[in-house]
Design a protein around this ligand. Structure first.
Ligand SMILES: Cc1ncc(COP(=O)(O)O)c(C=O)c1O
Length: 450
């Protein structure tokens, strides 16, 4: 490693950070993370904290998962790369597809299309959804519906179905034919409805209305996160996703579950769709599939969709889509080891128990700190608090407040993530009761400094 002074001096000088203003990165240089062990990360000054962010919702098993590291090292020796474009395959992707088929069987998903990350997975699902309809002779089904507040990555297709202006405005015009309906976000919604069950029904009615307005025969797919993540952790009422499934089925619209965060245990169930008792037509996965140790993803495809592609005799099902790193053997080896590790012990059970602890702890912090307007979570280890200037009026916080909370919490022992007015918590799923307590205590100190 270069010496500390070099790193601090150069920091953001020659690189631009994703999701940051370059001038801000220069004015407020980022924390330089140089090490990690278990569920803790350490910075260039040797300060060690519990990682309340879990990398970026992906390091579910923590930073010391030796079998995954070993699998990556061994695969680099055996076959560091080969493409799986038409005509070639490798042993790792074949084994992994069999494992994924078993893992996702309860979700009705039986085929895998490999990608190199979440945005790629979303793009793949959107494209295959359009192609599915073309194969079946419904070429007019090209539009996509999604939720405001949803996050689906940053490729043009994903950004077009994204429901947050921050990821859209600077890059418009986006894809034509993408339309959004209100999210089941009880704290703020156009219906002024705070009851989750009633709000779910209103959002479903808005979906029906939009489908009728657009014309069902023009819509390819509806995409949603089972629990909205980057938009500020918005768990819908339990009736919502089943309601979406029913409406989609009735209108011939495919349902894409964006499980980039929720697959592999984070909600306290193995998948977010399973959490709500829904079988989607596609599920986008990435992130925790390799525990974040290698960029990799997989779109899982429902049996009935696969049959349409595989049974095609017109040539329309030829897939003109894929990435150089689709099916990277090192990523596949990492994913195989990761799946095996995830299955040891009760990962969703721990996510559920620690998630409940986190949620209760955040509600207690809301009682103590007026700045906490809303607490969201309660479904595994995905939680957020929304900060407000005035609780009664739900006014926005001053610029800099959330950063102060974060910095104080960091000094007090926990990394937490700021996204707009939200502080988001998504620690590794292997955190202990004591680790969660460290995060809550650090956040308590952060909120006191707000
Ligand atoms: C639900 C969801 N979809 C897609 C993505 C994009 O994934 P990536 O950043 O790996 O491209 C993310 C990333 O956070 C996500 O949370």
């Amino acid at each position: 490693m270069k010496d500390i002074n070099f790193l601090k001096e150069k920091n953001a000088r020659s690189l631009w950070h994703p999701m940051a203003h370059p001038a801000d990165s220069l004015a407020n240089p980022p924390t330089i993370v140089t090490g990690a062990k278990g569920v803790r990360i350490s910075d260039v000054d040797g300060h060690e904290v519990v990682d309340g962010v879990g990398g970026l919702w992906n390091v579910n098993l923590g930073y010391s998962c030796q079998p995954i590291k070993d699998a990556i090292a061994a695969q680099l020796d055996a076959l560091p790369y080969y493409s799986i474009f038409r005509g070639t395959s490798n042993d790792q992707v074949i084994q992994l597809a069999e494992e994924l088929r078993e893992f996702f069987a309860p979700d009705g998903l039986t085929r895998a299309f490999y990608t190199s990350g979440g945005s790629d997975s979303v793009e793949t699902a959107l494209r295959l959804a359009r192609q599915y309809h073309k194969i079946r002779g419904e070429a007019g089904r090209v539009k996509f519906l999604s939720l405001k507040k949803g996050y689906h990555g940053t490729h043009f297709g994903g950004a077009s179905v994204n429901g947050n202006a921050n990821f859209r405005s600077a890059y418009e015009p986006l894809l034509a034919g993408c339309h959004h309906i209100p999210a089941p976000y009880t704290y703020r919604n156009p219906f002024n409805e705070t009851d989750p069950a009633k709000l779910a029904q209103l959002c479903l009615a808005a979906l029906e209305d939009e489908i009728a307005f657009q014309g069902p025969g023009s819509i390819a797919a509806f995409i949603m996160e089972p629990v909205l993540g980057a938009g500020g952790v918005i768990p819908p009422h339990e009736s919502f996703m089943p309601g979406v499934r029913e409406i989609c089925t009735r209108n011939g619209i495919l349902l894409i579950a964006d499980e980039v965060i929720t697959a592999f245990g984070r909600t306290g169930s193995w998948t977010g769709s399973r959490h709500w008792g829904v079988q989607p037509d596609f599920a986008c996965t990435a992130k925790a599939i390799t525990n974040g140790y290698f960029p990799f993803g997989a779109v899982m495809i429902a049996e009935h969709v696969a049959e349409v592609f595989e049974g095609d005799e017109t040539g329309r099902a030829a897939i003109g889509h894929g990435y150089t790193y689709s099916g990277h053997p090192v990523g596949a080896a990492a994913a195989l080891a990761c799946l095996a590790e995830m299955r040891r012990g009760d990962l969703p059970g721990n996510a559920a128990a620690r998630g409940t602890q986190m949620h209760r702890g955040l509600l207690a912090l809301q009682d103590k700190h007026d700045i906490v307007g809303d607490v969201r979570g309660g479904h595994g280890l995905m939680s957020a608090i929304e900060l407000v200037g005035d609780r009664a009026k739900k006014t926005p916080i001053d610029k800099g407040t959330a950063a102060r909370v974060q910095e104080t919490a960091y000094q007090a022992g926990a990394m937490v993530r700021v996204s707009g007015a939200n502080i988001i918590l998504s620690p590794p799923l292997v955190v202990t009761e004591a680790d969660v307590q460290v995060i809550l205590s650090a956040l308590d100190k952060g909120l006191s400094a707000a």
